[in-house]
Design a protein around this ligand. Sequence first.
Ligand SMILES: [Zn+2]
Length: 427
Amino acid sequence: MSYNATHGMPQRTGRVHHEIEAEPTEFISSSSTDLQAVKFLNDLFRDSARMRVSDIHFEDQEGRMIVRRRLAGDLHQHSEHTKQMSREVNRLIRMKGKRPLMDSLEPVDTSIRFDVDGRMVDVRISIVPSDHGASIVCRLLDQAKNLMTLDQISMPELVREGIRHIIRQPEGLFLVTGPTGSGKTTTLYGILQELNQPEVKIVTIEDPIEYRVQGLMQCATTVRMDFGQALKAFLRQDPEIILVGEVRDSETARTAAQAALTGHIVLSTLHTNSAAVSMSRMLDLNVAPNVLSACMGGFLAQRLVQKVCPNCRVPHEVGDYERKQMRNAGMDEDAIQGCRVVYSINRQGCDHKGCAEGMVGLTPVFELILATKETRLACEERDLKALMRAAKLQPQYRTLGHAAMELAVAGITTLQQAISLTAASQD
Ligand SMILES: [Zn+2]
């Protein structure tokens, strides 16, 4: 906190007040013309943080500004604004990020913090000049909320037990897949926190380091040291557990697989649509089938789905259409017949705690394939269909669509969310 020394009180007037006032926790007006923009930004950031939006994009286009938000991995248009509003938004964000307007011809990185329901949310901001003004992307890093133990992450007990089984082996490769903002990092840090003991050496290689945790040796990739190079270097440091932020290239994939064969638990992420496709992706990255087969610990895919507000959700009686969708997602007939009602979102929202536009945040769904004799054989034979057949025999296994449909039937998410995940996982 930095108060003005001569006055002893935060100043409330003047254009530079943001520099001498105790760090404000929201956007504050500094002229008579910006009141509307200040209210817009404060509402937008607060609601977005409540809904667990991961990124807010402000994009200047010809004659207008578009605001889009990334929620559960997908980008949605939020609103459209005038050029006047765009100028005010640009100025307010730069001001709060303590970057002068003079910088407007260069790319700028900065960060801000604001208060949502009593917790501080850190926001990383990237501003890049564009054809019609600027592109401003704000990533909401909601640390306090996202850093959870494995027990705190909402997941079926069979999935939790499956993950624990993998990470308690002396060695093996555990791959987590999903788009940006699907909660992969939360899951991986839940695992790391569980493994974080004085007698275990854990190293992480990330781009950038997402959470700082005591007891871990964490490093960020640089232009001189990419994932593959850092991984090779860290292997000489006698670790038991290695987190590699992402497998992007053949060198990293092969080194990670080799490490997972030689006494290390290796955790990493991939950009694939489903757990099973992780196998194909690793083979495409030139990991030998027999190596992948031997080092496989497990493949996990995950997504986040919207949780409906239990106070204002809109009930719908289950009819033929709903039952057909449930069958399509892979639900068994008993569960389908037992479900009488599903819910949709009331976009108006209500006063219920945490309710933003009828939603109360996000919850993950998981698809976990464990290593068995059958899945190892499928890897060795590069046989995706055989891998999926083997997965279906495992008690914890659900496709993402099936897992989401179970949440819809339980009234936690909407039928629509489950339908769109079912469609996406059948691609
Ligand atoms: Zn509500």
